[in-house]
Design a protein around this ligand. Structure first.
Ligand SMILES: NC(=O)c1ccc[n+]([C@@H]2O[C@H](COP(=O)([O-])OP(=O)(O)OC[C@H]3O[C@@H](n4cnc5c(N)ncnc54)[C@H](O)[C@@H]3O)[C@@H](O)[C@H]2O)c1
Length: 392
């Protein structure tokens, strides 16, 4: 294994996910030297995590100027991503950018181009589609690629949450001007699509979608609130909602180079108003020999389905599972790994790629993958409006 420990990180964003990045990096033994956000929250986060360089006023350029930071993690809201990424690339920093890569494909194409121009000597760029690094996802990917499931016939699943069920639930993601024109699909649906694409080894090439906004009008506080935090019911004003609460999406996938998936049909339900579901990204991959099913809320197990033999539950850390994913799981069976661990594994993959001078396979999502997800979102919106299949 190549040592990662000479690489030093700087984090932009101090909300829900910024500290998840910090914790994962510290668990890997990577030094986090910089934190950037509003002056108050950057100072607070810096003190909490022992980060020496604090950059207030959202002054990411001041952080980029630090000679003590090699890799920048962009965890600000969506509309800030592209500008912060482009500047980081220009200043020679490697980047891990939160998803979605940007607000529209016109701007995300600029990131792809900047990365391309940098070439092999330029910065490494990753988009944080972390679900790829659940050991179960890596395991299912290996099973598909070596033909354990036979030829893949179809895929079915959902990504359900309920944190935006009530009209008083508020977050910047609800506003198209802050998060992008697609909300449920852009925010969580793209995780589902990226994970399924990764497992199949090929990308979606066309989509048919139906999107719905259940709460046409919602109530919001006068000021911003952090993700997953409650609002004060006394300070609410009405506003019209211009993003979807849920959607049904059908996708057709292209041809995978391993030969076991070509033209696969998939359908997914995506919702942020599904009572009782907190963070359930779930799918089944159905092949001519067998199927696999998995849910992020039980991330350590895969259900292996067979027609003519008993089904099996494959458990992380046990035979039949471990050998394909050994580098991306740290604890023995019976010691659950989950959300925070997949972040750790994703940053392990990215930092090893940088430290090895790109010798490791880039299993993480690239700028081109992030751009493709944004293109898919645009096609999904177009399809829902035109009620027809749209090619990506
Ligand atoms: N990969 C994942 O699993 C995952 C999970 C949650 C969020 N996300 C993504 O992470 C990003 C942040 O989401 P969140 O839930 O942490 O939001 P959040 O609202 O909790 O936090 C956002 C933070 O960014 C700060 N901020 C606002 N404008 C900024 C700017 N211009 N520069 C720097 N900081 C700025 C805010 O003060 C806040 O601290 C989003 O793009 C979201 O899609 C990814």
């Amino acid at each position: 294994m190549t040592s990662l420990h000479h690489l030093r990180a700087g984090i932009i964003g101090t909300g829900f996910i910024g500290p998840v990045h910090i914790e994962a990096l510290k668990r890997l033994g990577i030094t986090v030297n910089g934190i950037c956000g509003s002056s108050q929250s950057a100072r607070h986060t810096g003190e909490l995590w022992g980060i020496p360089e604090v950059y207030g006023d959202y002054d990411h350029e001041a952080m980029y100027a630090s000679p003590n930071i090699d890799v920048v993690h962009v965890t600000s809201p969506n509309k800030a991503h592209v500008q912060q990424c482009l500047k980081a690339i220009e200043m020679g920093k490697h980047v891990v950018c939160e998803k979605p890569l940007g607000m529209n494909s016109k701007e995300t194409a600029l990131v792809v181009e900047a990365v391309r121009k940098g070439g092999k000597k330029g910065p490494v760029f990753a988009v944080n589609y972390v679900c790829r690094f659940f050991p179960a996802i890596l395991q299912m990917r290996a099973m598909v690629a070596r033909g354990d499931l036979g030829r893949i016939i179809h895929v079915q699943g959902h990504f359900f949450q309920d944190w935006l069920l009530h009209e008083t639930d508020y977050n910047w993601r609800l506003l198209a001007s802050e998060g992008g024109k697609l909300r449920a699909v852009g925010d969580i649906g793209t995780h589902w699509i990226d994970a399924v694409s990764f497992v199949l080894g090929t990308k979606a090439t066309s989509v048919f979608a139906h999107l719905e906004t259940f709460h046409k009008t919602r109530k919001r506080p006068r000021s911003q609130v952090q993700t997953f935090t409650k609002t004060d019911p006394k300070s609410l004003i009405d506003y019209k909602v211009d993003t979807e609460d849920f959607g049904s999406v059908m996708l057709k996938f292209g041809k995978a180079s391993h030969g076991y998936a070509s033209g696969v049909h998939a359908n997914a339900s995506i919702s942020q108003v599904a009572a009782g579901w907190k963070c359930s990204l779930s799918f089944g991959i159905y092949g001519t020999k067998a199927s696999v099913r998995w849910d992020l809320q039980q991330p350590n197990e895969i259900i292996l389905g067979r027609r003519d033999e008993p089904n099996q539950i494959l458990q992380r850390g046990t035979p039949g599972f471990l050998e394909d994913v050994a580098h991306f799981t740290d604890y023995p069976s019976g010691h659950p790994e989950g959300f925070s661990d997949c972040h750790k594994m994703q940053y392990r993959a990215v930092y090893e790629h940088i430290a090895s001078n790109r010798k490791t396979e880039p299993l993480f999502a690239t700028a081109a993958d992030g751009h493709h997800e944004v293109q898919l979102c645009e096609a999904i919106l177009q399809s829902s409006r035109a009620k027809t299949w749209v090619k990506v």
